[in-house]
Design a protein around this ligand. Structure first.
Ligand code: SF4
Length: 265
């Protein structure tokens, strides 16, 4: 999710409905089958409600299973918790530990790579935003309360709640190495107590986005080619959901990559 006005509207429309809020509350607890959801909220327009949540990036379906996305998880956490106040400096921030590496799932687009979910503790909360200048390609997103860091092909998202997601990881050993490296950089800044100086924002261009599109030039999105679509995406003249081929499971990792890159815009 990029935080564009259109996407904010999708999220607020999705969450404006009591049935969809109930579905999200169920998904926060655990993944569900459509049947379980139907038993709890009724079958009327269930597909429509799930489609609304999917379009907003809050939930996803895998066959008969319905699960919450990382964005959805963070959205629900920020709704239930008092938002973390942004700190002015790193004073009082405690050093991080990697306490969990919860999932190591193959990336659908490239089965030789993995997607991982981990956790840093204590959560950085309001101090997270201050860390953006520590990394050459990083951007803090106020809307999702997360710091997005690009390291080669790997995209790392650190949430203010402590959750960390990483894509395009080669192995568990690489995941641990990247996490330890991040921890070291952040803890060194905390130990020095010097707040990093803000620097120019990272730029993402259309060529980078284009790499992750299906590149079939099918024109379903209404553009002449994937390249033209990438240019319009970067110019905020279209929305990622218009490329419906990207919603196919085999492009799940590409879609996540593009959504994350769009956070840099
Ligand atoms: S719908 Fe997607 S794959 Fe098709 S032309 Fe547009 S960007 Fe390319």
């Amino acid at each position: 999710m990029t935080g564009s006005p259109a996407e904010v509207k999708l999220v607020s429309n999705a969450m404006a409905n009591a049935t969809r809020r109930k579905i999200m509350a169920m998904l926060v607890e655990k993944e569900r089958t459509k049947e379980e959801i139907e038993q709890a909220v009724g079958g009327t327009m269930l597909d429509y409600h799930l489609q609304m949540l999917k379009q907003a990036g809050l939930a996803d379906t895998r066959g008969d299973r319905v699960l919450i996305t990382d964005f959805g998880k963070n959205f629900m956490e920020t709704k239930s918790d008092k938002p973390a106040e942004t700190k002015k400096d790193l004073a009082g921030t405690r050093p991080l530990q990697v306490v969990e590496l919860r999932q190591l799932l193959p990336c659908i687009a490239d089965s030789s790579k993995f997607r991982i979910i981990a956790r840093f503790e204590p959560p950085l909360e309001g101090a997270l935003k201050l860390l953006e200048p520590l990394f050459p390609r990083a951007r803090y997103s106020d809307r999702i309360g997360a710091l997005i860091i690009q390291r080669g092909n790997i995209l790392i998202t650190i949430y203010s709640t402590g959750s960390v997601t990483m894509t395009m990881i080669k192995s568990e050993a690489e995941a641990r190495e990247v996490l330890e490296d991040l921890k070291k950089t952040i803890n060194e800044a905390i130990a020095k107590g010097v707040t990093p100086v803000p620097r120019e924002k990272v730029k993402v261009d259309h060529a980078e986005i284009y790499q992750y599109l299906p590149r079939t030039d099918c024109q379903i999105c209404g553009e002449q080619s994937c390249y033209a679509f990438a240019i319009k995406l970067v110019g905020r003249e279209t929305e990622i959901d218009k490329c419906t081929p990207l919603l196919e499971p085999r492009y799940a990792t590409n879609l996540e990559h593009i959504r994350t890159l769009l956070e840099y815009l």
